[in-house]
Structure formats: structure tokens, C-alpha cells
Design a protein around this ligand. Structure first.
Ligand SMILES: [Zn+2]
Length: 342
């Protein structure tokens, strides 16, 4: 990006109420068949237009064509039985009934490539596409086949690499892997999690990002955050190895979180998507609040490597709130950009 402080969002945006129940995760579709296919495309156009209207520089599909950032990808793979369900603890935090890995996992056909081509046709702006990361994928399944988290993650990394290469060929500028699990399983992240992520980006020429956050603003996450104490130092465990990795961009939760901002020094040299919008509250940040978060991050991130962003996805918020937050993000970035260019 030539523009200083290019803005983007970290993931999902609200869906229109005619497509799926608003302010709900895993919300079922309200359309089916061809109507659903076209409905998703119309929602993508709308989400893109709202990002453009707010002045967002690096745009996305707002995840309009998927129900959930992890599940939808896995639904398209062989080897996972969605009828056979087991209860597991997701990210050591909450019980969920999840599908079972019953055989070798594989991708028979592209998952999001057609959607990415559709987005590419709609705009000349840089586009970012999100995929789940290997560790976060294995954490939402019961593995009755490989019986090794590392082995399953490695298989998923190979599948993600196939998908990522086709997304790159479709014209995606930045491919982002969502790895909230990196904030929980530190030993595994350092032992094989980052290696699996590097397998997923092997051979890519487009830019790559990893998004590590404290989750959507849902109750299980806000309850968990209350147990983390006054300083959230989770990033400290994984930053040194991430700094050494081939990943280009690291996307983080910063605003309203208790992450000590000086931890960013540990990834000096990387591009950083700085979360300056809290997705766990309906309160709209003022441009000055956004600017303040960005200024703090600028102590540890070189200006040409700082990308103002949201803390996480905004699917659970109302469209009005989400749009107002996007505008605040842009306005805050404008303030700091002016300060940097005088
Ligand atoms: Zn997130």
C-alpha cells in the first residue's frame, strides 16, 4: 500500500436482515437455492458499498457468503462428519457440540474462490480475504482419525495452501488467517502452530496476515476476558516466533483491551493491523479515541507498517453500529495521517 495508514476491517461484517437473522452468530440463511446464491452476492455488494462509503481502503466481502468463519470452510471438506457430533471445549473456554473427523481430510473443490472472483470484479481497491488458521480449525472439531492435533493441523495447512493459491490467482491482495487459538495454546503455537501457518502460506506471492484476537463480543469471550487480570500478556508468548516467521502482517486487538501496547515492540519489522475499534460494545469510538490508539501503536510500529483496523469481526453488531464504527476508524486514521504528513 502506498497510502499511509490504510484502513481495513479484521473480518466479518453484519449481514442484511433479509439474508440471515441479524446480530447472531451461526445465523441460518433465510433464502435457499438460487435465491440464496444471488442473495449472498447482493449482500457482498452491499457490504462492499458500505465499506467504500465509510472510506475503508482495503476492502473485503464482509464474510457475507459464510455462516461462520471456521465452520463454513470445514463444511466444504471431505473427512469431516457433521452428523456425528461430540462435545469439546473450544479454546479451553466453552463447551460446544462439534463435528467429527472420521477419515483423511481433503478439499475436492475450491471453497471461496468464486466469491473472491466476484468481489474482485466489483472493485479495483486492494482486497483482503480471510481463511481460518490450521490451529483454530482443529480446535473446533473432534478428531477420531489422526488422533494428533499437530498432524491434523498439518493436513489442514496443506488444504489451506491449495485454497490460498487459488485466491491469489483470483486477484486477492492479502490473504488473512484467523488464529484466535494462538492466544490460548502457547506451547503448541511455538512447537508447531506457526510452522503449520507457514505451510499454509508456502509459495504465495501476495501478502499474508494472521489475525489474533480475544474474540467476538459474545458472552463466553467477555466472561473469559474478566479472568485475564489487569494486563493481557498473551501476545508476549507468541510474538518472538511470529516476528521470525514469513507472515507479512499481524492483526491484533488493541483498543479497549488490556494488552500492554509495548508488546508490539516484539514484532518490530512486521506490518501490524492495529485494532482501534472495540467490537464488544455498541458504543461508537470517537475519531480522537481511534487516533489515540494509533498514536500509541506508532511508538512501536513504523508509520509505513501500521494498518488501522478493527479488533475483530463485527458480524454480531447491528449494521448501524458497524457502519458508524467504520466511519470512526477512517476519521481517526485521517487525523493521524495528517499529523504524520505535515
Ligand atoms: Zn478476531
Amino acid at each position: 500500500m502506498k497510502k499511509l495508514l490504510p484502513t481495513s476491517t479484521s473480518g466479518s461484517l453484519p449481514k442484511p436482515s433479509w439474508l440471515a437473522q441479524p446480530e447472531t452468530l451461526w445465523s441460518p440463511w433465510k433464502l435457499e437455492g438460487d435465491e440464496l446464491v444471488h442473495g449472498k452476492q447482493d449482500a457482498l455488494r452491499l457490504s462492499l458499498q458500505e465499506q467504500q462509503h465509510a472510506g475503508i481502503d482495503i476492502v473485503s466481502d464482509g464474510e457475507q457468503s459464510r455462516q461462520h468463519f471456521v465452520t463454513t470452510f470445514i463444511e466444504h471438506l471431505d473427512g469431516v462428519d457433521f452428523e456425528k457430533r461430540q462435545t469439546v471445549k473450544i479454546r479451553d473456554r466453552y463447551d460446544a457440540s462439534v463435528p467429527t473427523v472420521v477419515g483423511p481430510v481433503s478439499r475436492q473443490k475450491p471453497v471461496f474462490v468464486e466469491d473472491a472472483k466476484f468481489l474482485r470484479e466489483q472493485t479495483d481497491q486492494p482486497i483482503k480475504w480471510a481463511l481460518p488458521g490450521p490451529m483454530t480449525m482443529i480446535d473446533t472439531l473432534f478428531d477420531d482419525h489422526y488422533k494428533s492435533r499437530e498432524k491434523l493441523a498439518w493436513e489442514f495447512a496443506k488444504i489451506l495452501n491449495q485454497e490460498a493459491k487459488e485466491l491469489e490467482a483470483a486477484g486477492v491482495d492479502i490473504i488473512q488467517f484467523d488464529e484466535p487459538a494462538f492466544n490460548v495454546f502457547f506451547d503448541e503455537v511455538n512447537d508447531w502452530g506457526i510452522a503449520a501457518l507457514e505451510r499454509a502460506i508456502e509459495g504465495l506471492k501476495c501478502e499474508t496476515a494472521v489475525h489474533i484476537c480475544y474474540g467476538y463480543g459474545i458472552k463466553a469471550n467477555t466472561d473469559w476476558k474478566k479472568t485475564l487480570g489487569s494486563e493481557w500478556r498473551q501476545y508476549e508468548e507468541v510474538f518472538p516466533k511470529l516476528q521470525q516467521s514469513n507472515i507479512d502482517i499481524i492483526s491484533l486487538e488493541c483498543h479497549n483491551s488490556r494488552v500492554p501496547i509495548e508488546l508490539l515492540e516484539l514484532i518490530r519489522g512486521k506490518k501490524v493491523m492495529v485494532g482501534a475499534i472495540d467490537v464488544a460494545t455498541d458504543e461508537i469510538e470517537t475519531p480522537e479515541e481511534v487516533a489515540d490508539t494509533l498514536r500509541q501503536a506508532l511508538q512501536f510500529v513504523d508509520a509505513d507498517k501500521l494498518y488501522p483496523c478493527t479488533n475483530c469481526g463485527m458480524a454480531p453488531l447491528s449494521r448501524d453500529v458497524s457502519n458508524a464504527k467504520l466511519k470512526a476508524l477512517r476519521a481517526g486514521a485521517d487525523i493521524v495521517r495528517k499529523e504524520l504528513t505535515v
